[in-house]
Ligand binder design. Structure first.
Ligand SMILES: NC(=O)C1=CN([C@@H]2O[C@H](COP(=O)(O)OP(=O)(O)OC[C@H]3O[C@@H](n4cnc5c(N)ncnc54)[C@H](OP(=O)(O)O)[C@@H]3O)[C@@H](O)[C@H]2O)C=CC1
Ligand SMILES: O=C1O[C@H](COP(=O)(O)O)[C@@H](O)[C@H](O)[C@H]1O
Length: 582
């Protein structure tokens, strides 16, 4: 499948901490009046949050009350501010409609509907809240409900009334079948939505959970026919955002014909993961870390992603993208920018994203000699046998698409000059995990070197942020083994979330959905950020394809190609996840 768009027209906070407060005091509402009228763009500028939602308050991931005034949907040069009319003030109650486009698909079933239910269950959604599914598959409302109900779960620590809550949620779910490029079908959807919205002011969030070559069609049709007439309209766009600099820029250009940039929420669900959210808190709210956060103390940083399963039915999608586009260019690079950025002026979305872009613009584009690629092959273990990547019938037999890659990246700025940032991502490996590893330098003139044996590397501190599974932050330190004599060992100062916090982890999609509903953009990707990210990877991706670089084969369930070790060794690094005391 290609995202290449020849033209743009259609054809082709711990969420459970969200606070519920009755009759919250609200800030003075403002209405943004657009100077140009243009479907989605126009209506989005009248922001829902400018009207008091009397009956609840909750917090987005930035800790702001969700019904505080936000002017983010108003673009300064296009709009002027004025007081709301009495009619607008009078319409206090609004409705939120979330439309999942591609409702019959894998992501919708696995992640989006369950996340919406979790938010509903935690009372984090407005009182008037509706869910619409849209896809080509023919389904009735009841069939959609049935499909969704199979994937809904309640948190173990909050399972009371689970069945009732599920029923209440399902009653709010409706389905409309239609083509993705049919304005007529989106107009029918709009009519259905209006009936259910019952005359209330409506805010509409469209989640494009469809293959990327359909994004523009949907944006066009939904914009023309199903945007809100009196509230905001926003669109969450799933990855991949193109497959190189050119296709990404083209996708953005096409989407912007129908949507303003501030209506587009480009999702990278890794930004919604708890430990990734905590990265900035750890750095900027603890004095002990920030002074160490530079080339003076940090020897290397490792960003590691591995899955213990293959492409499993997604081979058709995956073969056109590969692991570098699927994981490195977005999830791992996003983590890297958060890790390496300077202190932002504030926690506001634009301040944070400005700092992230600066990191990206200070980075060297990847060089072929700093990258190794691999592909998994079939493997038998006892009586079990695992198919190789090219055994998937949707993958060409001679595919060179990498399912594994390791790379060394560099940030050429004063803070990080010379520090290798190593990335490693792979499918069908021996374990499932995602983590950030920070290896510190040797202690100068180490008094205890005789107690460590010959390998001083083993005595350096390492900070590990384990994103998944078993979220944890731990610091490897040297410690005296209690007793007579002076024997040292390596121990962990370990913050294991499951031991420290009783609440079950929330899913990243819950956090991101609530932010999109509130118009909080901090965890979404800005278009210049996306351009800068693609600039780093595009030359390498083109070279790999042009030179037809053959991936090193590794057995399904193994630790990946040995090339990754050589690459790390070249930069004087050992992979932390493969050491004996990981
Ligand atoms: N699944 C995952 O884990 C992840 C997915 N994503 C992204 O999310 C989006 C949705 O993913 P996912 O749910 O897996 O995708 P699916 O392949 O399941 O597609 C979603 C729906 O889109 C419709 N569709 C599929 N292929 C086509 C086609 N060629 N032409 C028109 N319609 C089509 C189908 O609905 P119908 O036939 O009923 O119209 C399908 O149910 C994609 O952009 C994907 O890259 C991102 C991260 C993870
Ligand atoms: O975006 C993607 O992410 C998943 C991994 O997400 P996780 O939250 O389960 O770690 C990956 O399997 C998929 O290939 C990729 O498209």
């Amino acid at each position: 499948m290609s995202t290449q768009l020849s033209h743009c027209s259609s054809s082709t906070n711990n969420i459970s901490s969200c606070l519920i407060k009755k009759h919250t005091l609200l800030l003075k509402p403002l209405v943004i009046v657009p100077s140009r009228i243009n479907s989605f763009k126009r209506v989005s500028l009248i922001h829902s949050s400018i009207h008091p939602r009397k009956d609840f308050e909750f917090k987005n991931s930035n800790g702001h009350p969700l019904n505080a005034v936000s002017l983010q949907d108003g673009s300064a040069e296009k709009s002027v501010e004025r007081e709301p009319t009495s009619l607008e003030m009078g319409r206090e109650e609004s409705n939120l409609s979330v439309t999942v486009v591609g409702a019959s698909g894998d992501l919708a079933k696995k992640k989006i509907f369950p996340a919406l239910f979790a938010l509903f269950y935690e009372d984090c959604l407005p009182k008037n809240f509706l869910v619409f599914g849209y896809a080509r598959t023919k389904m009735t409302d009841d069939e959609l409900r049935n499909m969704i109900s199979n994937t809904l779960t309640c948190r173990i620590d909050k399972s009371a009334n689970c069945g009732d809550k599920m029923n209440q949620f399902l009653e709010r779910c409706f389905y409309h079948s239609g083509q993705y490029n049919s304005e007529e079908h989106f107009s029918e959807l709009d009519k259905k939505m209006k009936v259910k919205e019952a005359g209330l002011r409506s805010n509409r969030l469209f989640y494009l959970s469809v293959p990327p070559n359909i994004f523009v069609d949907v944006a066009k049709c939904a914009s023309a026919q199903a945007s809100s007439a009196n509230g905001w309209t926003r669109v969450i766009v799933e990855k991949p955002f193109g497959r190189d600099s050119e296709s990404s820029a083209e996708l953005t250009r096409c989407l912007k014909q129908y949507l303003a940039e501030d209506q587009i929420f480009r999702i990278d669900h890794y930004l919604g993961k708890e430990i990734v959210e905590n990265l900035s808190v750890l750095r900027f709210s603890n004095l002990v870390f920030e002074p160490l956060w530079s080339r003076n103390y940090i020897r290397n940083v490792q960003l590691i992603f591995s899955e213990d399963f293959g492409t499993d039915g997604r081979g058709g999608y995956f073969d056109n993208y590969g692991i570098i586009r699927d994981i490195m260019q977005n999830h791992l690079l996003q983590i890297l920018t958060l890790f390496a950025m300077e202190t932002p002026v504030s926690l506001d979305a634009e301040d944070i994203r400005n700092e992230k872009v600066k990191v990206l613009r200070s980075m060297r584009p990847l060089q072929l000699e700093d990258v190794i690629v691999g592909q998994y092959k079939g493997h038998s273990k006892g009586t079990k046998s695992y198919l190789g990547y090219t055994d998937d019938p949707t993958v060409p037999k001679d595919s060179l698409t990498p399912t594994f890659a390791a790379a060394a990246l560099f940030i050429d700025n004063a803070r990080w000059d010379g520090v290798p940032f190593l990335m490693k991502a792979g499918k069908a490996l021996h374990t499932r995990r995602a983590e950030i590893r920070v290896q510190f330098r040797h202690v100068p003139g180490n008094l205890y070197k005789n107690n460590f044996g010959t390998n001083l590397d083993k005595a350096t501190n390492e900070l590990v942020l384990r994103v998944q599974p078993d979220q944890a932050i731990y610091l490897k330190i040297n410690n005296k083994v209690p007793g007579l004599g002076m024997r040292l060992d390596r121990s962990d100062l370990n913050l294991l979330y499951s031991a420290r916090y009783s609440k079950e982890a929330i899913d990243a999609y819950e956090r991101l959905l609530i932010d999109a509903i509130e118009g909080e953009r901090r965890l979404f990707i800005r278009s210049d950020e996306l351009d800068a990210a693609w600039s780093l990877f595009t030359p390498l991706l083109k070279e790999l394809e042009k030179k037809k670089i053959a991936p090193e084969l590794y057995p399904y369930g193994s630790r990946g190609p040995v090339g990754a070790h050589y690459l790390a060794a070249k930069h004087n690094v050992r992979w932390g996840d493969l050491s004996s005391d990981e």
